[in-house]
Design a protein around this ligand. Structure first.
Ligand SMILES: CC(C)(COP(=O)(O)OP(=O)(O)OC[C@H]1O[C@@H](n2cnc3c(N)ncnc32)[C@H](O)[C@@H]1OP(=O)(O)O)[C@@H](O)C(=O)NCCC(=O)NCCS
Length: 411
């Protein structure tokens, strides 16, 4: 195999997308292929060729993603796939290496993020599992709230047409986004291509996209997007299923009301809420929290492309001044000792000559970057070596963040 990796031209889109569809065992209708093409940044889309044959590809979407302290530019890695005929021959390795080197050499984003189709793929490329999510399966008849659940008489629920509600939904989403690490800005094109589409393919056997909005006289304060599969069991008992796609609210009362609207859906026996944040307030609101039937999944994976720029770009929850020795085979410019100083809302990171206080692989730093996966736990797993007493506690406390990271929707 003679492998070359290069960006693709717009005219090569059809060939490129065929490779990805084959890799993902999918066959999307032309409309979906077009939606995908519209979001594609061709100068950030690379393909691997075996001679003339396209055998793999990977894309970057230019995101503004919240990290502790606020939004920064982040490279959103997506649409990664290799033809089944060429798997396990180093094509993905070539694509990942090229992406990271391009980002570094072009002074692109200091941080890359992705969702993994399988959790075992990206650790070897220096990505760390930076966010987790919870998937809930809530029986509607056991979904009562605690008596302290907040209410606001000014609020009412409205059934809305999702496609016509974009401005209101975006207003709510954008009010939450800057504080929650992992959430990324959605352009209007992104809302229309990724969040609001409602073809048979998007429905995947469920009903149409539905929307509930909680609002007062000033406008929307919360919303839920969901689908329902209507049904009755063999005893003609209604056993419809709600699939919650996303739910955001600006304040506790709106949040509780939107959830109530979803859980009280008539003729439905269960609500499936996939990929909720691990600190979702619903875990406090439900009178019987065991009825959440929560399952953990990995959410965002983070790769520090340039350790110094990435560490200087986020905020820290506590002061820190230490030298970190980073191990990074794939991106050797990151390897070695870095001094991190964080105090009074300012952070600085640069080369350090002093003896290292801690040694860790770059993936462990990536996992801690969004503040949701404590370094202390990674150290307990044997992934961090502490050379100065207290250094682990210092860095772990500084990198922790509240609220927990969460990307919400897979990109
Ligand atoms: C996952 C995929 C991209 C891997 O591509 P590939 O070209 O076979 O990967 P490489 O040959 O470069 O493998 C590099 C290493 O990763 C390992 N690896 C590859 N895929 C893996 C997986 N799914 N799980 C665990 N390890 C994996 C390989 O075994 C290899 O390990 P080694 O270096 O110890 O030998 C390819 O199998 C694919 O397209 N899968 C279906 C689509 C998909 O899941 N894409 C990822 C989207 S997030």
């Amino acid at each position: 195999m003679s492998l070359t990796v290069r960006t693709i031209a717009e005219s090569e889109w059809s060939t490129y997308s065929d490779v990805l569809y084959e890799a993902f065992n999918s066959s999307y209708p032309p409309e979906l292929r077009e939606r995908w093409r519209e979001l594609t940044e061709f100068d950030r889309t690379i393909a691997a060729f075996d001679g003339d044959l396209a055998v793999g590809g990977a894309q970057i979407l230019s995101f503004s993603m919240t990290v502790p302290g606020g939004p920064i530019p982040v490279a959103g890695v997506t649409s990664v796939g290799v033809l089944p005929s060429h798997r396990r021959r180093g094509v993905l390795t070539a694509l990942m290496t090229r992406q990271l080197h391009d980002l570094h050499e072009g002074r692109g984003e200091a941080v890359a993020a992705l969702y993994a189709s399988e959790a075992g793929i990206y650790g070897r490329f220096g990505y760390g599992r930076a966010a987790d999510a919870l998937s809930f399966r809530i029986p509607t008849h056991r979904s009562a709230f605690t008596r302290s659940a907040p209410t606001d008489p000014a609020l009412r629920l409205r059934v809305a047409d999702p496609a016509k509600s974009l401005a209101g939904l975006a207003r709510v989403y954008d009010s939450v986004r800057p504080a929650r690490p992992g959430l990324y800005a959605r352009s209007e094109a992104y809302w229309r291509a990724e969040i609001l589409p409602d073809t048979e393919h998007d429905r995947g056997g469920m009903g149409p996209l539905r929307c509930l909005i909680a609002e007062d006289a000033a406008g929307p304060r919360g919303y839920a997007l969901f689908r329902v599969r209507a049904g009755w069991d063999e005893h003609v008992v209604p056993d419809g299923e709600v699939r919650l796609l996303e739910l955001f609210a600006c304040d506790p009362a709106a949040y509780a009301l939107v959830w109530r609207g979803v859980l009280d859906r008539d003729l439905c026996a269960v609500v499936h809420a996939g990929r909720r944040p691990v600190d979702d307030p619903i875990t406090h609101l439900l009178a019987e929290p065991r009825q959440l039937n929560a399952v953990w999944v990995d959410d965002l994976w983070i790769r520090l492309v340039d350790v110094d720029r990435a560490l200087a770009a986020r905020a820290y929850a506590a002061p820190a001044d230490l030298v970190i020795e980073v191990e990074d085979e794939l991106c050797p410019w990151n390897a070695g000792r870095w001094r991190l100083k964080a105090a009074g809302g300012q952070a600085w990171c640069g080369r350090g000559d002093a003896p290292a206080d801690l040694t860790l692989p770059v993936g462990v730093l990536g996992a801690a970057y969004l503040g949701g996966r404590p370094l202390r736990a990674a150290a307990d797993a044997g992934l961090v070596r502490e050379h100065r007493d207290g250094a682990l506690r210092e860095l772990s406390a500084a990198m922790a963040w509240d609220p927990a990271p969460w990307g919400c929707r897979v990109f």
